[in-house]
Design a protein around this ligand. Structure first.
Ligand SMILES: Nc1ncnc2c1ncn2[C@@H]1O[C@H](COP(=O)(O)OP(=O)(O)O)[C@@H](O)[C@H]1O
Ligand SMILES: O=P(O)(O)OC[C@H]1O[C@](O)(COP(=O)(O)O)[C@@H](O)[C@@H]1O
Ligand SMILES: [Mg+2]
Length: 327
C-alpha cells in the first residue's frame, strides 16, 4: 500500500444519481481508515477549478447513506473541457496538496478525468455513478437500480388510470444515449413496445405492435420511450400514432427528473459502499486512470478510456423477451 499518497479528494460530476452519497461516505471513511487526509470538492469540475474544497472526516458523512442527490453537489463544467480549465484544476490540487483524486460520475466525467490524467499525471480513479448504466466494466452503475425502481413504480400508477380509460400511453424515460432504463423497465411493467436509442425502429414497426395490442382487446397499452431514441420525442411520436389510429385514446407522460431523486435502494447503497472502498484502496495500491466496477459480483478495475469507449451493450435477449410477453 502506497505511503506516497497522503491526501485525497473526491467530487461528484454530471447528472446526480441516488447512491452518490453512499459512495462519498465510503470514500471518506476508507480514507480515514488508512489515515489519509480527504477533501470534498463541491460542484464537480467547476468547484475543482475554483478551489471549492472542504476537508472532511468520518463525522462529515454521517447520516447521508440513505439520502438521494449528492451532498457535494454536481455540475456539468464547460471550462474543464478546455486546457486552461484543466490547468487551473491542476493548480488547485497542488495548492491543497492533493495527490489522489476520486471522481464519481458517468461517461463524460471519466472522459474528462482521463484527459486530466494524461495532461497532468494526477492519480485519478473513477466510481460509476449515473442512472444511465452506460459504462463498460461494471454490470451496474450507482443509481441505476433506484431509478429503474422509481420508473416501475410510476408506470404501475399510470397503468391503473390507463386501464380504467382503455388508453394507450407513451411513457418517456431518461437515457441520453442509452436504452438500459427503457429496456429493463419495459419488461418489468409489461410494455406493449419499447423505443430505444440503440434501434433503427420505423413508424411502420411501431404501428404493427400497436395494431396487435388493439386487436388483442387489451384494456391498456404502454409504450416505453427512451429519451435518446431516433424516432423523436414522445409527443411527436404520439401525434403520428394519433394520425394513424385516430380511434385510440393516446396520452403521453414524461417522467423526467423524478427518476433521479429519492432514497437509494439497498442494492445501490451496497454497490456504492463496495466501490467507494475499492476506489480508495485502488488508488493507494497504485491503480490510476481506471474505474472501479463490479462484473459478475467480482471487483474489477477498467481503464477509464475503455469504460467510456466500449459502452455497455444492451442484451438483445431482453427485446425478444419483451416481444414474446407482449402478445
Ligand atoms: N471531453 C471532455 N474533456 C474534459 N471534460 C469533459 C469531457 N467530456 C465531459 N467532461 C466533463 O465531465 C462533465 C460531466 O459529463 P456529463 O456527460 O455531463 O455527465 P456524466 O459524467 O454523468 O456522463 C462535463 O460537464 C465536463 O465537465
Ligand atoms: O439533468 P440534465 O442536465 O437535464 O440532464 C439529463 C440527462 O442526465 C441523465 O439523467 C443522466 O446522464 P449523465 O449521468 O450522463 O449525466 C440522462 O439520463 C439525461 O439525459
Ligand atoms: Mg453520461
Amino acid at each position: 500500500m502506497s505511503k506516497a499518497i497522503k491526501t485525497l479528494a473526491v467530487l461528484t460530476s454530471g447528472g446526480d444519481a441516488p447512491g452518490m452519497n453512499a459512495a462519498i461516505r465510503a470514500v471518506v471513511r476508507t480514507a480515514v481508515f488508512y489515515e489519509k487526509r480527504i477533501f470534498g470538492i463541491k460542484r464537480g469540475y467547476d468547484g475543482l477549478i475554483e478551489g471549492d474544497f472542504e476537508e472532511l472526516n468520518s463525522k462529515s458523512v454521517k447520516n447521508i447513506l440513505n439520502l438521494g442527490g449528492t451532498i457535494l453537489k454536481s455540475a456539468r463544467s464547460e471550462e474543464f473541457k478546455t486546457e486552461a480549465g484543466q490547468m487551473k484544476a491542476y493548480e488547485q490540487l497542488q495548492k491543497h496538496g492533493v495527490d489522489g483524486l476520486i471522481v464519481i460520475g458517468g461517461n463524460g466525467t471519466f472522459t474528462g478525468a482521463h484527459r486530466f490524467f494524461e495532461a497532468h499525471g494526477v492519480p485519478v480513479i473513477g466510481i460509476p455513478g449515473t442512472i444511465d448504466n452506460d459504462l463498460f466494466g461494471t454490470d451496474y452503475t450507482i443509481g441505476y437500480d433506484t431509478a429503474t425502481n422509481t420508473v416501475v413504480d410510476c408506470i404501475d400508477k399510470i397503468r391503473d388510470t390507463a386501464s380504467s380509460h382503455n388508453r394507450l400511453f407513451f411513457v418517456e424515460v431518461m437515457g441520453r444515449d442509452s436504452g438500459f432504463i427503457a429496456m429493463n423497465t419495459a419488461v418489468a411493467i409489461g410494455a406493449l413496445d419499447v423505443i430505444l436509442p440503440e434501434q433503427n425502429k420505423s413508424y411502420e414497426d411501431l404501428f404493427v405492435e400497436i395494431e396487435k395490442g388493439a386487436s388483442n382487446k387489451k384494456t391498456s397499452n404502454i409504450v416505453v420511450v427512451a429519451e435518446g431514441n431516433k424516432l423523436g420525442d414522445s409527443f411527436s411520436i404520439a401525434n403520428k400514432v394519433r394520425e394513424h389510429f385516430p380511434q385510440l385514446d393516446t396520452k403521453v407522460t414524461i417522467l423526467g427528473h423524478l427518476q433521479r431523486g429519492g432514497a437509494p435502494s439497498c442494492f445501490d447503497r451496497v454497490t456504492a459502499s463496495k466501490l467507494g472502498v475499492a476506489a480508495v484502496e485502488g488508488l493507494l495500491n497504485g491503480r490510476f486512470d481506471v474505474m472501479a466496477g463490479m462484473v459478475d459480483e467480482e471487483l474489477t478495475y477498467t481503464f477509464l478510456q475503455q469504460a467510456v469507449m466500449n459502452k455497455a451493450q444492451l442484451d438483445p435477449e431482453m427485446l425478444r423477451i419483451s416481444k414474446i410477453l407482449a402478445i
